[in-house]
Design a protein around this ligand. Structure first.
Ligand code: ADE
Ligand code: ZN
Length: 337
């Protein structure tokens, strides 16, 4: 995909990114080999050929299978650094990264191995690429409350490395209300909260995420548009929405990118950001997501710039870092008109 020069150099933050979803087939095969694991797929092409999904669950089945080859701290380091190198070349200045500890601890990989590997790569990101970051621990919603609470307790010794908790995995049948108490404990421990809601689930799940989990952002949120009162509320309260167009298309949340709700969201005054979700599986990183929306809806540079601005405003970065990056964006916009 040809990325416009404006998008290529536009300073931006990525706020909806599952680190396990950045596992490119080449690296997956390399790490599988390094760890002596038989992946069942023997080539990059056979892996990519399997990336044909009818819904979220179809994708999750492959996503969890792929991450089984991650065993050591070095594996998590290599995975995270590969993502940082990719987005360092896409003018990404700050990232808020989801990780799924339960998908690893359930396989006998200890929490420390996972977070030490990711953290070391994020230190490299700061030092070598001047990319700042925050980590968001996601609870897997298909598992029960007790498992989530145990995971929160495992995370507490790493409190200084984790900024927020989130909620991901199979949405249908697993409403935010199932995790009300875990999120209350997380807030008491000082974490910000976010949740996937309204990707496949109904608008009521978005309301529950706001009212019961007290989230600062909604991840996806597409189906909120079915409820006009909710849409007005999201706009009025300026709740950021982390929208992921290529993901929505690959997971059949929208049939065609022309049907994507981004223009409706913008018209409704929602605070939209654009993100890649699981870029290795969905055919593009953040700039490809900006570009497809520009191409399909003829978005102006001014609108694209305002979406980038939202990404800095909606992030959990420090006030000092936010001012610096907003200044950088202002200078970029002034220089490109
Ligand atoms: N885990 C990784 N990607 C996800 C998505 N798009 N929705 C829910 N859980 C996920
Ligand atoms: Zn996601």
């Amino acid at each position: 995909m040809q990325i416009s020069s404006f998008i290529s150099a536009l300073p931006k933050a990525e706020l909806h990114l599952h680190i396990e979803g950045t596992f490119e087939p080449e690296l997956m095969l390399y790490i599988a080999d390094r760890n002596g694991i038989d992946l069942q797929f023997d080539s990059v092409d056979s892996l990519r050929a399997a990336y044909n999904f009818s819904n979220l669950q179809d994708f999750l089945d492959i996503y969890y299978q792929g991450m089984n080859v991650l065993l050591t701290e070095e594996d998590f380091y290599d995975l995270t650094l590969a993502y940082i190198e990719r987005v360092g070349a896409q003018a990404v200045r700050h990232v808020e990264i989801f990780f799924d500890p339960q998908a690893h601890t359930a396989r006998g990989i200890v929490f420390k191995t996972v977070i030490d590997g990711i953290w070391r790569a994020l230190e490299t990101a700061r030092e070598k690429f001047d990319i700042s970051s925050n980590l968001i621990l996601c609870f897997l919603r298909h598992l029960d409350e007790a498992d989530a609470i145990a995971t929160l307790h495992e995370a507490l010794p790493y409190r200084d490395r984790i900024t927020a908790v989130g909620l991901d995995s199979s949405e249908s049948g697993h409403p935010p209300s199932k995790f009300e108490r875990v999120f209350a404990l997380a807030r008491e421990a000082g974490f910000y909260c976010v949740a996937h809601a309204g990707e496949e689930g109904p608008p009521d799940y978005v309301v529950e995420a706001l009212d019961l989990l007290k989230v600062s952002r909604i991840d996806h949120g597409n189906r909120a548009l079915e409820d006009h009162a909710l849409t007005r509320r999201l706009a009025k309260e300026k709740i950021p929405m982390t929208v992921c167009p290529l993901s929505n298309h690959k997971l059949c949340v929208v049939k065609d990118l022309d049907d994507h709700p981004l223009p409706t969201m913008l018209e409704a005054g929602l605070m939209v950001t654009l993100n890649s979700d699981d870029p290795a599986f969905f055919g593009g990183y953040i700039n490809e997501n900006f570009q497809v929306m520009k191409d399909h809806f003829d978005l102006s540079n001014e609108v694209l710039g305002s979406i980038a601005r939202n990404s800095f405003l909606a992030s959990f970065m420090s006030g000092e870092r936010r001012s610096l990056l907003l200044d950088e964006l202002d200078a970029y916009m002034a220089g490109s008109t």
